[in-house]
Design a protein around this ligand. Structure first.
Ligand code: AMP
Ligand code: FE
Ligand code: FE
Ligand code: ZN
Length: 287
């Protein structure tokens, strides 16, 4: 390789590293507080070149986000985040570049959201036994048409004065292992991996540190998992280095994102965890 080509490659590499992508963003089609239009506006303001819309069990926010980004220097990656369960452990699986218009896929997601509705009814019933009277309409007043989730319920519990903060709602009632934690009828990570692949997308394990079961990762890789989310708001330096090593060992892609929920988690996190645009190219090539 000549010195000229080497320096051109170096320039291109630096350019790519300067192009930042946040590959984990929620909208109000799940438990984020920003509409897809507000998400796009914020991402442009932050100077991001790409964001992945990754709502819980929903692809409804993707179309509006693509429309809002039209004519702007922002690429919208169609994605989602499946909630699944494996050996009594909650596992989140991200899907990137899914064909979100496929009828069977949209139908499967509708079923998962119906399951979220049933699960919410169970959580409301449990809280009622603790003399906390909440109606589904109250929860829907917070969630709107969004994929119903615990963050909506936590916010309501806080607003109605049953807990002193949104976090306390999880710590006291609906966090994993707490008295009104209801898992619902969940699919397995292998189902999610297969659905994402069938919809032409790339399955990636979300925030493995929160899952906390490293031994699962090689099993999921055998089922078709293509990457792990090494960079995430809940991952400190030690966790990042740990999951980088695992990704290298298993030849998995390394993605990253903020897991922004608008104001849903107290502050807007979009753009605080990013990866170089190169990772987006890698995901495109992995389809
Ligand atoms: P769901 O999809 O209904 O299971 O709710 C998941 C949402 O609740 C995600 O946005 C999580 O970040 C949030 N969440 C789950 N557990 C906790 C917790 N212990 N503390 C704060 N937020 C949590
Ligand atoms: Fe969420
Ligand atoms: Fe998640
Ligand atoms: Zn998320």
């Amino acid at each position: 390789m000549t010195g000229y080509i080497r320096s051109i490659r170096k320039i291109l590499k630096v350019q790519s590293e300067n192009k930042k992508a946040d590959l984990h963003v929620h909208t109000n089609f799940s438990d984020g507080t920003f509409s897809p239009e507000q998400v796009v506006e914020y991402a442009v303001k932050k100077g991001l070149v790409a964001i992945a819309i990754t709502d819980h069990d929903s692809v409804e926010g993707i179309g509006p986000a693509i429309k809002a980004a039209h004519g702007k220097s922002l690429e919208i990656i169609p994605g989602l985040e499946f909630t699944t369960e494996f050996e009594n452990c909650e596992v989140h699986i991200l899907g990137f570049f899914v064909d979100y218009t496929k009828k069977w896929f949209v139908q499967e997601l509708l079923q998962l959201r119906q399951m979220r509705h049933t699960r919410m009814q169970k959580m409301i019933a449990c809280l009622s036994k603790k003399d906390i009277k909440i109606s589904m309409d109250d929860v829907k007043g917070i969630s709107g048409e969004g994929s119903l989730g615990r963050l909506h319920l936590a916010k309501l519990l806080f607003q109605q004065g049953h807990v002193q903060s949104v976090q306390k709602a999880f710590d006291k009632f609906i966090g994993s292992g707490k008295p009104c934690y209801v898992t619902g009828d969940r699919i397995s990570p292998v189902d999610a991996i297969e659905m994402i692949s069938k919809a032409g997308g790339v399955p990636v394990l979300a925030h493995p540190h929160t899952m906390g079961k490293d031994k699962f990762i090689s099993k999921f890789a055998k089922a078709g998992l293509k990457g792990i989310e090494v960079y995430h708001s809940d991952h400190g330096i030690a966790a990042v280095n740990h999951y980088k090593k695992i990704a290298e060992e298993l030849s998995l892609l390394m993605t990253g994102g903020s897991d922004c929920h608008g104001m849903g988690k107290g502050r807007v996190m979009m753009g605080t965890v990013t990866v170089p645009y190169d990772v987006v190219e890698q995901l495109k090539n992995a389809r």
